[in-house]
Design a protein around this ligand. Structure first.
Ligand code: WTA
Length: 690
């Protein structure tokens, strides 16, 4: 009888229909966990978990797939809507063969995400609950805002923006470090229906300029400077240069609202352009602490976030209001098994999608207490993260594998000298977490007590797609496990044919989910071409994935020309274009190479203009060109001098060969006979260590 129950799970996502281990758990057969490499949540954890068993997950998952409209509208009903959505909960076409790609959720519904994050929580009686604990770069520098206080700050800024001409639908570019003012600025835009575009404060002036030119913001919000570890970074200088560059390209921004971060730099030391620049502290606090909400349609844009692709310039990923709100709130709640008493810390910067969905929106929509940390996780020493965990009694800790690996290298004592007993659930994001780092995170950081949510998702997906739900099923170190509610992962072969059962291939998604991005800003064609044309009928993620016999998913990394460095997405084309902008560089080809801490490093093959000799100085100036065009985080780890690049007779660079040379897998170069000039391979190998 029970086995029949199991068979009826065939309705589940391809391959997850047959999950022997889950079945075994359902049947109550304890499995030898070590042998199967399965790690079970403790009985204690399960008994208090929101989703305490595989049955519960399967029941909810089944409904989310069979009746997405009912499943998501039940959840959406817990939020505040000025007006309910129309009778159709969602409209979708993900198949290019059937016409334009279209995704809409809760269309006709009128709401506001800022209202749902703040006013709604306050009305429920939690106004005095801490919304944000802010921890500065220097130990001892800190601050706190309750939900009431956060709302007041948000309203003041929203009033300022309105008063300075920002209207519904206008873009506002935010270039701020992890100060409280960053989530405040995001929420203030959302409150008045303005579209924020946060640019990570590690991007260079040229990268900021490119984004200003693309989204034409009404106002730019920044601060004068920030301390990152012992280093001061002058953000205002970067913004000044970006604004100059943009105005040379015909895009002028009238107002640059600048927060004075006095711990890093004084007003006097800050360069100033009177008329355009204005100090935040001089104007914002004068505005009223209440501000009417501008109600928006569920499908009105909430934000733009630029991300790298395999070709061309960065893409402005556009998210809308209603679906994104419901999706980030729900994924946060279940993937972290959120309880009202939790204190949550995500180490990501709001300049990336993780900081949008899981520093700002997802947690605040749940009324959570969030830690926002300004500094570097290993400053002044490797134990800083755990000092912060102990200081605020953090229960949910979410970070990237690169940090786990770097702290692991620094030694256990930095961890074990801190208590960490408040921790309950750990999270991982940004790149595959290798099993050894997973085990260290689990055993040393979490004292073998805290489940790890290894969340697979993307800027484009808005929220978690494949993720453990702690308490619901056993984990496997290194696997993101099973799909979230409403998500149908599909693995396809080169021809786009779905492969079922145990397999590996390209990871696609069938059907839409509320948090999906709706377009690329100003370029719906590119949206369709990049994501929906490669495998018609599906959304293509750009990732490779395998699925094991138990239906667990194992992400294997990007299959396109995107490199993932410390969880930051970098397009090889962008780095190449920065390199060739150098007057002495004739051609460049960039590939990813395995890196012990960063996951992947950037490896650049560079051909110089005829007659230019190789030199250390030139190497440095090439790297500087990348830092200037993109930012320090995109600087190549290695420049490999290349008298020529391996090309086919039609002139296409054979990156496959370059990847093997970069990885020094010289016996795996494969067939080089189709190259226009096979000798270049030997020349490259000869120069490998120059
Ligand atoms: C990778 C970050 C394996 C993946 C949220 C994806 C992951 C890209 C994981 C998106 C994970 C993210 N396991 N790989 N748990 N999470 N990735 O847009 O290659 O900055 O396509 O979003 O990061 O990066 P993005």
């Amino acid at each position: 009888k029970e086995l029949r129950h199991v068979e009826s799970m065939a309705a589940f996502p391809s391959g997850a229909g047959n999950i022997p281990h889950l079945n075994a758990v359902i049947l109550g057969e304890a499995l030898a966990s070590e042998e199967n490499d399965l790690i079970f949540p403790s009985r204690d954890f399960c008994s208090q978990a929101l989703i305490p068993s595989p049955q519960k997950y399967l029941e909810m998952y089944k409904r989310s797939i069979e009746d997405p409209a009912g499943f998501w509208s039940d959840i959406a009903s817990d939020f505040y809507w000025k007006k309910k959505w129309g009778h159709q909960v969602f409209v979708e076409n993900l198949d290019v063969r059937k016409g334009a790609i279209k995704i809409q959720w809760f269309k006709g519904g009128v709401s506001n995400i800022c209202y749902n994050c703040l006013d709604r929580i306050i009305e429920s009686g939690d106004g005095d609950k801490v919304a944000i604990y802010w921890e500065g770069n220097e130990p001892g520098a800190d601050g706190v805002l309750t939900y009431n206080q956060l709302l007041q700050r948000v309203c003041q800024l929203a009033n300022y923006l309105k008063d300075n001409g920002v209207e519904k639908g206008n873009a506002v570019l935010i270039y701020l470090p992890m100060l409280m003012e960053l989530p405040i600025a995001m929420l203030a835009c959302a409150r008045i229906g303005a579209v924020h575009s946060v640019v990570f404060a590690g991007f260079s002036a040229e990268a900021v300029a490119q984004r200003i030119i693309d989204c034409r913001p009404k106002i730019v919000i920044t601060c004068n400077a920030v301390m990152r570890g012992p280093k001061i970074i002058n953000l205002k200088d970067i913004v000044d240069a970006a604004l100059d560059e943009a105005s040379h390209n015909g895009v002028t921004v009238d107002t640059c609202l600048t927060f004075e971060n006095e711990s890093a730099m004084t007003r006097k030391a800050t360069k100033w352009q009177a008329g355009r620049d204005i100090w935040w502290q001089d104007v914002v606090p004068k505005y009223p602490q209440v501000c009417d909400v501008v109600w928006v349609d569920a499908e009105d844009p909430l934000f733009l976030l630029y991300t790298s692709g395999s070709t061309g310039k960065p893409k402005g990923v556009l998210h809308t209001t209603g679906g994104y709100m419901i999706y980030t709130a729900t994924t946060f709640k279940y993937a972290f098994d959120y309880k009202q008493s939790d204190v949550y810390w995500c180490t990501a910067d709001c300049g990336w999608i993780t900081g949008h969905s899981y520093v700002t929106y997802g947690p605040l929509l749940n009324g959570a207490t969030v830690v926002v940390y300004e500094g570097a996780p290993n400053y002044p020493d490797s134990g800083r993260s755990w000092a912060i965990v102990d200081k605020y009694k953090v229960t949910l800790f979410y970070t990237a594998p690169t940090l786990v690996r770097s702290l692991m290298r620094d030694g256990d004592e930095h961890v074990t000298r801190h208590s960490r007993k408040s921790l309950r659930v750990l999270g991982s994001v940004g790149e595959p977490i290798n099993p050894s780092a997973w085990r260290w995170y689990f055993n040393v950081v979490g004292d073998s007590r805290c489940p790890i949510s290894d969340t697979w998702w993307q800027t484009e997906t808005g929220g978690f797609m494949i993720t453990p739900i702690p308490g619901a099923w056993p984990q496997k170190p290194g696997s993101a496990t099973l799909p979230f509610f409403g998500v149908q992962p599909v693995i396809v072969d080169e021809k786009g044919i779905e492969i079922k059962g145990e397999c590996s291939g390209y990871l696609c998604i069938k059907g839409s989910w509320p948090g999906a991005f709706r377009t690329l800003y100003g370029d719906h064609d590119r949206y369709e071409t990049t994501y929906f044309k490669p495998f018609p009928g599906y959304y293509f993620s750009g990732d490779g994935c395998s699925r094991d016999k138990d239906g667990y998913h194992w992400l294997t990394g990007r299959v396109d020309d995107v490199i993932n460095v410390s969880g930051h997405r970098i397009g090889t084309a962008e780095v190449e274009s920065a390199l060739v902008s150098h007057p002495q560089c004739a051609e460049a080809a960039v590939v990813g190479v395995e890196h012990e801490v960063k996951g992947q490093g950037i490896y650049a093959f560079v051909t110089l203009v005829d007659g230019v000799p190789y030199s250390e100085e030139l190497r440095k100036s090439l790297i500087l060109a990348v830092r200037k065009q993109i930012g320090a985080f995109a600087a190549p780890d290695k420049i490999h001098w290349a008298p020529g690049l391996p090309k086919t007779r039609s002139g296409k660079i054979m990156r496959r060969i370059l990847r093997k040379i970069a990885a020094r897998q010289l016996d795996e170069l494969g067939d080089t006979s189709t190259l226009a000039d096979p000798c270049v391979v030997d020349q490259l190998i000869a120069l490998a260590d120059c």
